[in-house]
Design a protein. Structure first.
Length: 141
């Protein structure tokens, strides 16, 4: 499951921006073969006086924390590709923001420590996973 926790200062995103960004993120993972319901995007508005960079409050900031659990990049080249894809997804929302500080990172968490609705997700490429993708829902397997 990809989990995107997007921490941002007030006014950074409109409601339409949030829907669009969440859809773009989800579409990408679906194209990679994941069920849409694996993708969780959380927008967390942080008041400027509560977001510090280098010990100083940041008036315009974005910090994205991404957990990849369902899939892992096998090598540095693929990880770099993921980083560039993330930058390209975020780029349209960064333009026109003066004094912006932004960054992201991706953690790859063991899939052994993950459940959805009390079930361990099926193995990658299995018939059960294909059924989850087709149904876009958790089901016993």
């Amino acid at each position: 499951m990809p989990l995107w926790a997007i921490h941002h200062t007030p006014g950074f995103f409109t409601d339409e921006d949030k829907r669009d960004l969440a859809a773009r993120i989800t579409d990408h993972y679906e194209r990679a073969g994941l069920p849409r319901f694996y993708v969780v995007v959380i927008f967390d508005e942080i008041r400027s006086e509560n977001l510090y960079v280098g010990g100083e409050p940041t008036s315009v900031g974005l910090r994205v924390v991404i957990d990849h659990i369902a899939r892992h990049a096998p090598d540095k080249q693929r990880r770099n590709g993921i980083a560039h894809w993330i930058k390209s997804i975020l780029q349209p929302y960064l333009e026109g923001k003066d004094n912006l500080h932004w960054e992201f990172h991706v953690d790859e968490t063991s899939e052994d420590l993950w459940m959805i609705n009390g079930l361990i997700p099926p193995p990658m490429g299995s018939d059960a996973e294909k059924r989850w993708v087709a149904q876009n829902a958790v089901s016993a397997y």
